[in-house]
Design a protein around this ligand. Structure first.
Ligand code: HEM
Length: 362
């Protein structure tokens, strides 16, 4: 397929609303308050989303050889291999039982990339990619502020209530969506089926620059052992997700294909509204690389504390060629900075950007 049919990146394709800066400020202040509240609870600084790590892995990203010109962009411009660190997580900004089913996250740190960075103060040679097992998210910063307010209001909701809401949401949310009844965003999050993360397909949900073009990215299970886990429930124990991931990697390796879906136009494949799936028949996913993760110990205490407390993953730690785009993606620039700054201050731990894979403890 030729590159002519895809929208060319130009800064004018982003169209922020006039009140966006004020909305982002309100979100960031709320993160400051939830961070203080969680520190009060745990006496330890935690991420304000995806707090619970459920697997810590080293692996490799191989960029495919002989890609057509329109896919040879940014990180994927030349066939090469990069070491990666992967942190798997569950989505709540709290450390809860895995019996409460919430979306699963896959954060990938690609080490040793070259090229101009999106932010002037990013001195690392790393490209972070943050993915979740849902193809789309909330629409924009305004909708996210309402979700953030719900999260802040419900900080003290007992686990038993969250579990009950989840059971109701798994039945009610698909029904409500079918007949067009608006569903509170918090309930949508709780309607996740709670499957084994290793069999899931993970998505950027929002758009990012893809060199001359604009894309959404995803990681798709490519090895048989992973595919066998697709759709398998993993929610019958407090820490069953980490236990399952660790058990899997004691004996198995894993491959995921990295695919991109390119923006065609702002109507069918919008960038300011992250709640709309980009239809595969309009823009089919195309494979640009592969992640390989060898068999290993995925939960050693040294690795857990390094990845949970010293590392951070941030969609804005990226090449200029992969700058996050659209309302939801813009707001993440300040949100992640606030969350990590506070937790590093609370824990008095250094903020480390690894310069080589050997820095990840075994
Ligand atoms: C658009 C889709 C999004 C995806 C795919 C996504 C994914 C993720 C993932 C995978 C992590 C875990 C990172 C890690 O393991 O360290 C994370 C962390 C986080 N996310 Fe998002 N996220 C999204 C949107 C948002 C939005 C809109 C906010 C707004 C506040 C947000 C706030 C956070 C925060 C505060 C953290 C913790 C950062 C830290 O303390 O280091 N995310 N996200």
């Amino acid at each position: 397929m030729s590159g002519d049919r895809y929208l060319r990146y130009d800064p004018s394709i982003e169209q922020p609303q006039p009140d966006e800066a004020a909305i982002i400020e309100a979100i960031v202040s709320s993160i400051g308050r939830t961070s203080a509240a969680s520190f009060n609870t745990y006496h330890h600084g935690i991420r304000q989303q995806h707090a619970k790590g459920v697997g810590y892995l080293r692996g490799e990203l191989t960029v495919k050889d002989h890609l057509p010109d329109h896919l040879r962009q940014g990180l994927f411009a030349t066939a090469s291999r990069y070491p990666i660190i992967v942190r798997l997580s569950t989505a709540l900004g709290a450390i809860k039982s895995d019996r409460i089913c919430v979306p699963r996250g896959m954060a990938i740190k690609v080490l040793g990339v070259s090229g101009p960075k999106a932010l002037a103060d990013d001195n690392s040679a790393n490209q972070d990619l943050l993915l979740v097992n849902h193809s789309s998210y909330v629409s924009d910063a305004k909708a996210y502020l309402s979700l953030q307010r719900d999260v802040e209001r419900s900080l003290n909701t007992p686990d038993v209530v969250l579990r009950g809401l989840g059971i109701g949401a798994r039945v009610g949310v698909p029904l409500a969506e079918k007949i067009g009844i608006p569903v509170p965003l918090v309930l949508k999050g709780l309607s996740d089926p709670g499957n084994n993360p290793l069999g899931e397909t993970f998505h950027t949900e929002g758009a990012l620059r893809f060199g001359d073009y604009v894309a959404r990215l995803r990681a798709v299970p490519a090895s048989e052992a992973l595919r066998r886990l697709t759709g398998q429930p993993c929610n019958d124990g407090d820490d069953v997700v980490l236990d399952s991931v660790a058990r899997f990697f004691r004996e198995n390796s894993a491959n995921y294909d990295i695919q991109v879906q390119l923006c065609i136009d702002l109507q069918h494949t919008p960038i300011e509204d992250s709640s709309i799936d980009w239809p595969e028949d309009v823009s089919p996913s195309q494979t640009v690389g592969r992640i390989t993760i060898p068999s290993q110990i995925a939960d050693s205490p040294a690795r857990r504390s390094y990845a949970d407390d010293c590392l951070s993953f941030d969609p804005w730690r990226c090449l200029a060629d992969h700058q996050p785009l659209g309302s939801i993606m813009r707001l993440r620039r300040d949100a992640y900075r606030m969350s990590r700054t506070l937790r590093h201050q609370q824990n008095k731990t250094p903020m480390i950007e690894p310069r080589g894979i050997s820095e990840l403890p075994n």
